[in-house]
Design a protein around this ligand. Sequence first.
Ligand code: FAD
Length: 440
Amino acid sequence: MRPTKLSARERNMKKRVIVLGAGIGGIAAAYELKESLGDTAEISVLSDTEWFHFVPSNPWVAIKWREPKDIKISLPDTLPKFGISFSSAGAKRVLPDENAIECGDGSRMEYDYLVVATGPALAFDEIEGFGPDRNSHSICHVDHAAKLSDRWEQFCAEPGPMVVGAVQGASCFGPAYEYAFLANADLRKRKVRDKVPITFVTSEPYIGHLGLGGVGDTKGLLEGLLRDRDIKFITNARVDKVGADMVTVSEMNEEGEVKKVHEIPSRLNMMIPAFKGVGCFFDEAGKPIEGLVNPRGFMLVDKHQRNTKYTNVYAVGVCIAIPPVEKTPVPVGVPKTGYMIESMVTAVAHNVRDVIAGRDPKQEATWNAICLADFGDDGVAFVAMPQIPPRNVNWAGHGRWVHLAKVAFEKYFLHKVRKGTSEPGYERIVLNMLGVNKLR
Ligand code: FAD
């Protein structure tokens, strides 16, 4: 995209664009908007922390294959270098009728355009005993993964049974498999795997569904790998209670009725929670902002990533509402993966530029997904184009190369954040050659 050049008069009328959230979606959005809008806008990022952290590396942090500092980048030291202002005051409440945000420090920020990239709130409170403040651990945030890594050392010194998985309503299954296989690999390295029965508990109707109806043969691949690595599994699982040394799970039948109740002894639990929207999209009474978000607080967007009621508000990433791909006995959501999120970002950068120039938005993200799940010594990759079926490309593969590719992905993404670029020209060229595009 070529940035627009402005006259002196136009420069005094710069549009204020706020990107809310500074994860994979928010940072990519800030850089692409800066590139597409050039001098026509002031880009500000408002987050609730000073750090960008690379979420896909959290499973490595949890088993101490990474330190949190390896995957974190200071935003106040980085964004201003690229002409983007930054605040970590956080949004207390979004006020779309006033084109403003009430910040956590009591200040107020006004915008012409808002790009929301706030990711998920983690709904641990929906299950008794669940969550990192109670009887289970999490890898969804780097701080949770760091807490789990401390527990991991104690656990390996005194090993016992463990439960890994993703609960009812979860929409992020890849990292659950990833953590189960990484734990298996690390326990084998430490020569204590024989003392750790692992049970994989998932709301998916079958192994490898991934919230996507499967991709290629992820069902066969992942089931085979679980068997090969001696990991038992329960599908159609509703987690009822997470106790200090026991997880209670109801296995449901096709009709969604309880088929069997399992009481699984466990000394360490890591299960991915269901997600919901973050607090700033709810009013003081806890009611979701009408027209902006759905009842769970996910952003409502059209095919241009734009809210239909508040048309100067766009959204990318995990914070957007997507309906499930199919009805399942236990609810499962649709994952929003890295490349899919980057495709939303590219559409938004084009659409905001067009709207500022007085044109209608016309770009639609492909929502293509390329995913890498590292299992320690090997891994599983899949390509789903588009992510939601039916697809033009529907492929899954397995091998040691996936482990190496995931390491490269981490290094490359962190490099892009440090260098202030979202999609360098060579990345665009290579992906175009492979037929992987971000825009329809
Ligand atoms: P996030 O990365 O969660 O970013 C949200 C941002 O909003 C954060 O900066 C947060 O601090 C900020 N925020 C929240 N509330 C507020 C507020 N009130 N005010 C201001 N700021 C706020 N996808 C892949 O493609 N490949 C992978 O290997 C992969 N691995 C994953 C591993 C894990 C453990 C998880 C949970 C997900 C993984 N994903 C992966 C899926 C997806 O890519 C990530 O979840 C990704 O981080 C989502 O990006 P996001 O920008 O939507 O949200």
